[in-house]
Write a protein that binds this ligand. Structure first.
Ligand SMILES: Cc1cc2nc3c(=O)[nH]c(=O)nc-3n(C[C@H](O)[C@H](O)[C@H](O)COP(=O)(O)OP(=O)(O)OC[C@H]3O[C@@H](n4cnc5c(N)ncnc54)[C@H](O)[C@@H]3O)c2cc1C
Length: 208
């Protein structure tokens, strides 16, 4: 059987994970990413047990866990600092097979990109359209066009793939949130656990 080809639009966590899964099943994959490189700015990410289960299927749970930190506890506080809920990470692992792991997004992205053949990662390849031409799928992008057997739209909130295929689908609606994310220099006395504090109209979250 000839090798089937998949074009994944978007090289974020979703697109890269889909590409790895298809690659492991014998598909030829290409990941078209709009940005000039495959990297995440952002800050940290908390990976819950379901994410680690997915990474396990991709053969990457061990390497991701090795890059991250497992905090013993965490939780949500009200604006006066009182706990609203607490998470016991050991209990989480006992019940769901993995603990909550926190790591830098760039480390997660690097682990995902390294699991793919280098030639499959095509940055600077913004996709402008997905169309059908004589019963073939065609993906138009900045570097030309691709004619895969399968297209995966993983191009985020304002997906060009969704717009091309479902022009009437409702797009995202601004819910009034603005997020600032940052990474600090190592602290002399880092907090021993991550937590979120919910105030009036604002939330603050941190992880060590
Ligand atoms: C503040 C904040 C904190 C979060 N914290 C967590 C957390 O702790 N744990 C957790 O599990 N989730 C968290 N999330 C959610 C998580 O970050 C997202 O669900 C996840 O990043 C979505 O990944 P994605 O690959 O689907 O999309 P994206 O990360 O949006 O990736 C889409 C990619 O497609 C590319 N692209 C877009 N348009 C095109 C185009 N036309 N052609 C080619 N490429 C294109 C973009 O450049 C981008 O690289 C958080 C989200 C936010 C906003």
């Amino acid at each position: 059987m000839p090798q089937r080809a998949a074009t994944i639009v978007g090289g974020g966590i979703g697109g890269l994970a889909a590409a790895i899964a298809l690659h492991r099943r014998g598909w030829r994959v290409e990941v078209l990413e709009r940005a000039t490189e495959f990297t995440e700015l952002g800050a940290g990410i908390s990976l819950w047990p379901n994410a680690l289960h997915a990474l396990e299927v991709l053969g990457l749970a061990g390497s991701v866990r090795a890059l991250g930190a497992v905090e013993a506890t965490g939780g949500v506080r009200d604006r006066r600092g009182r706990w609203l809920s607490r998470t016991d990470n050991a209990e989480l692992a006992r019940r769901f097979g993995h603990p909550l792991v926190v790591l830098h997004r760039a480390d997660l992205l690097r682990t995902l990109t390294e699991a793919l053949p280098a030639g499959s990662l095509r940055s600077g390849s913004e996709v402008s359209a997905v169309r059908e031409d004589r019963r073939c799928l065609v993906v138009d992008h900045r570097r030309g066009e691709s004619r895969p057997d399968l297209v995966v739209g993983a191009d985020g909130l304002r997906s060009a793939v969704r717009r091309a295929l479902w022009p009437d689908a409702a797009g995202p609606r601004y819910a009034g949130y603005t997020a600032w994310r940052m990474v600090t220099e190592p602290l002399a006395e880092p907090p021993s656990e991550g937590a979120a504090t919910w105030g009036r109209g604002a939330r603050l979250g941190y992880t060590a």
